[in-house]
Design a binder for this molecule. Sequence first.
Ligand SMILES: NC(=O)c1ccc[n+]([C@@H]2O[C@H](COP(=O)([O-])OP(=O)(O)OC[C@H]3O[C@@H](n4cnc5c(N)ncnc54)[C@H](O)[C@@H]3O)[C@@H](O)[C@H]2O)c1
Length: 309
Amino acid sequence: MKVLVTGGAGYIGTSVVPLLLERGYDVTVFDCLMFGGTQILPFFRNPNFHFVKGDIRDKAALEAVVKGKNIIIHLAAIVGFPACRENPALAYSTNVEGTQNLADVITKDQYVLFGSTGSNYGSLVDAICTEDTPLNPLSIYGKTKTEAERILMATGQATAYRFATAFGLSPRLRLDLLVNDLTYQGLKQKYMVIYEADFMRTFIHVYDIARSFLFAIDNRSKMQGHVYNVGNESMNFSKRHICDLIASKTGAYVHYADVGEDQDKRNYTVSYEKIRNVGFETTLTIEDGVDELIQALEVVKVHNPHANA
Ligand SMILES: NC(=O)c1ccc[n+]([C@@H]2O[C@H](COP(=O)([O-])OP(=O)(O)OC[C@H]3O[C@@H](n4cnc5c(N)ncnc54)[C@H](O)[C@@H]3O)[C@@H](O)[C@H]2O)c1
């Protein structure tokens, strides 16, 4: 089995690649290394690992690397509303045009797994969000990811995963994600500042995201052509609940103040019935993630461009 992972040097990619290699798959990562490359160094020891430095906006380069692969896991993107707001033109050309390039170069037998997002839903108060809920993306991030999902689903060769917000450790650690960010704040600053405290959010450990891609590979015949919310109802929580959990473990003081705003207006309770019905369950809880983050961040100095202090 030959697998291509675009954006494979990122937070999710570096969690997926080891699982693919463990299975003995031939794995190629195609990534422009926006965040450097030290996180992928251990993979080079494996003779089944290949790396091509490149940009998904370069259609010829993408076509060359897509050729001959059975599965393409498409993760390369400008991720999150702050990064997209900073450079909307780059967000559009990467998230939409880069994905269109992929749709243009795949051949009939290839299967694409797309890392989509719950940000596609926008604001949805007092409703349970299923895959049939109309999409109403509010930020540039949500809009470009929604368009990318539409492009790939139109090929009939894709499965799109609308992930909950990820948390937990990964070789490329993201500290802008809510649980990771608050744990860092609680541990390092001993206080957390929290806005929109009663907004409901939904979460998934990055390891379970990685597992979900293996699950899609194993269940292609059932899943190709379908969109799934990926997460677990037991991890639909208010931001206040997350803060209280982290405060209880770090002794941090929580300051509730509406000093910010989520541009995706994510405030929703999500149903994961569809993916559960094909047999996928998550395995790790928020508490598992907070505990591992505390253990690691207590001893490992991690550069955090998002820190207040
Ligand atoms: N982490 C989450 O909570 C989450 C939730 C839902 C969906 N997603 C989606 O999953 C995917 C991966 O997210 P992540 O958290 O790993 O983000 P990330 O920013 O850590 O990784 C993105 C990777 O893509 C690469 N990249 C960016 N532009 C590129 C380009 N033009 N050509 C080639 N490579 C490029 C970057 O170098 C980086 O390695 C994204 O598509 C994101 O929208 C993430």
